[in-house]
Design a protein around this ligand. Structure first.
Ligand SMILES: Nc1nc2c(ncn2[C@@H]2O[C@H](COP(=O)(O)OP(=O)(O)OP(=O)(O)O)[C@@H](O)[C@H]2O)c(=O)[nH]1
Length: 456
């Protein structure tokens, strides 16, 4: 055995690794790297053993090379019955949990027992394949060539689950940016990783075990920390956060836009409202004006002929309803020789005199009297609660005032008056005709006088 050891010390020991199983081991640019490379460096330093890498394309090829003794040694693998036929294993020097990997939507799985009919991707020639075949033979297994292929199968939905070693699975997920995958459960058995020598090289094992035994806790920790990548697995659904962020931003923008629009709309609305209010006021004023114009003479502002006629209609119906109504008398007043004023001083001078005359009449009549301009220089007074004698008194009062009044252009004016009292049951138009006749009488008999239809 000592000879053998010496021989092995002088000749490098050929070895194979899994070329693609980071962080445990891999071949990168033709060189062995990963956890197992660090452990082999320690073994070499402590035992004096030297190693020579035989590069392979896959773990399957590495196992075949070991079986065919083209490799004497492999630094990191699990012990299985099948492998024991051509390999002798060292003591366990590294333990690592196995995990179930699924898409993010999958629920958390308590263990392998809960996977049900889900399709599970497992690399062939991995110890896990032997384990599942033996202990869970009814599992829907999708054999894949390596961890990478298995994880892609889950990411693309060809398999529901993948079983693999925590550290390597984590490394793949990060490196390949398989962000829709998550670790969804733990899986027994955990990996118990050992070194192994192929048949014919068993003599190396005591030296290897002795060297492994000398690796202290701190060295284990250093190697583990160097290759550990666990902290990076991030369960945060960034896509969802971005989506929620954009949705929130959209809502904020929408609300801002909405409040801007409401503010603008409200301003427009209040501007429109005040415009509308102004229009309404103008309209009311116009309606009032129109109403006033429809019932008043624009020159003298006394009631006009139309108003008087409406009043007459109302008076007739009132009288029908209230037969024993009190007395009403009509007075028609006509300015004497008014034409002369127009002819002498012009039409606007005549207008001014008409305005002054209307003012005088207003001053002499009572609130209950209705004073109207019938047309031209002719005026009508409807005297409520007045008989012909009362009406005459009013005419005399007006006459007296006329004598006192100094008109523009022609200081002195005279008028002729026609009076008639509404007889019981008499339509007011008929009374108006009688008053008109009385006026005609006054004109005919020389003007500047009061004639009453009731005197006849
Ligand atoms: N300035 C002015 N003149 C008016 C208005 N309406 C009618 N007249 C004038 O009044 C005059 C009335 O003339 P006449 O009917 O002959 O009556 P008069 O001159 O007063 O004579 P007698 O009534 O017979 O005393 C006419 O010249 C009309 O043109 C008015 O609104 N303004």
């Amino acid at each position: 055995q000592q000879d053998n050891l010496q021989r092995s010390n002088s000749e490098p020991i050929s070895y194979c690794v899994d070329p693609n199983w980071m962080p445990y081991e891999a071949i990168r640019d033709g060189k062995h790297t990963g956890l197992s490379a660090d452990y082999m460096a320690l073994i070499s330093a402590q035992s004096g053993l030297t190693f020579k890498l035989i590069p392979t394309r896959s773990w399957q090829q590495s196992l075949r090379f070991l079986e065919e003794r083209r490799c004497q040694f492999t630094p990191m693998l699990n012990k299985t019955d099948k492998r024991e036929k051509y390999l002798t294993f060292s003591n366990v020097y590294f333990r690592s949990p196995n995990v179930l990997v699924s898409q993010r939507e999958q629920p958390f799985l308590q263990g392998f027992e809960n996977i049900g009919q889900r399709i599970v991707a497992i690399p062939t020639e991995y110890r896990l394949m032997e384990y599942v075949r033996e202990y869970h033979p009814n599992t829907n297994v999708l054999p894949v060539r390596n961890e990478h292929e298995g994880l892609i199968a889950v990411a693309e939905g060809d398999a529901d689950l993948f079983i693999g070693s925590l550290y390597s699975v984590n490394a793949y997920i990060q490196r390949q940016k398989l962000n829709n995958l998550k670790i969804s459960g733990w899986m027994r058995p955990e990996d118990e990783l050992r070194m192994a020598v192929s048949t014919g090289s068993e003599h190396l094992l005591p030296t290897i075990n002795a060297a492994l035994a000398q690796i202290d806790e701190e060295q284990h920790l250093q190697i583990f920390q160097r290759w550990n990548n666990i902290s990076v697995i991030d369960d945060t659904n960034h896509e969802l956060i971005w989506q929620l962020g954009f949705a929130a931003l959209a809502v904020i923008l929408l609300l801002t836009w909405w409040s801007c629009m409401s503010y603008r709309y409200n301003r427009k609305l209040s501007a429109s409202n005040s415009q509308l209010e102004q229009l309404r006021e103008k309209l009311e004023q116009t309606v009032d004006k129109l109403e006033f114009l429809s019932q008043h003479d624009p020159l003298t502002t006394l009631h006009n002929r139309s108003f008087l006629q409406q009043m007459m209609v109302r008076h007739n119906s009132d009288q029908r309803e209230h037969a024993h109504d009190s007395d009403t008398s009509l007075i028609i007043i006509d300015i004497d020789f008014f034409k002369r004023i127009n002819d002498t001083f012009g039409h606007s001078a005549g207008d001014k005199v008409l305005i002054e005359f209307a003012q005088l009449l207003q001053e002499q009549t009572r609130e209950s009297d209705i004073l109207a301009r019938w047309g031209g220089e002719e005026f009508v007074i409807v005297c409520a609660h007045s008989n012909a004698a009362d009406a005459r008194k009013l005419c005399e009062r007006i006459n007296n005032a006329l004598q006192e009044y100094k008109f523009s252009y022609q200081p002195q004016l005279t008028c002729s008056f026609g009076i008639a009292q509404v007889q019981p049951g008499e339509p007011i138009e008929s009374c108006f005709d009688r008053a008109d006749k009385a006026l005609y009488q006054a004109k005919k008999s020389g003007r500047n006088r009061i004639c009453s239809a009731e005197d006849d």
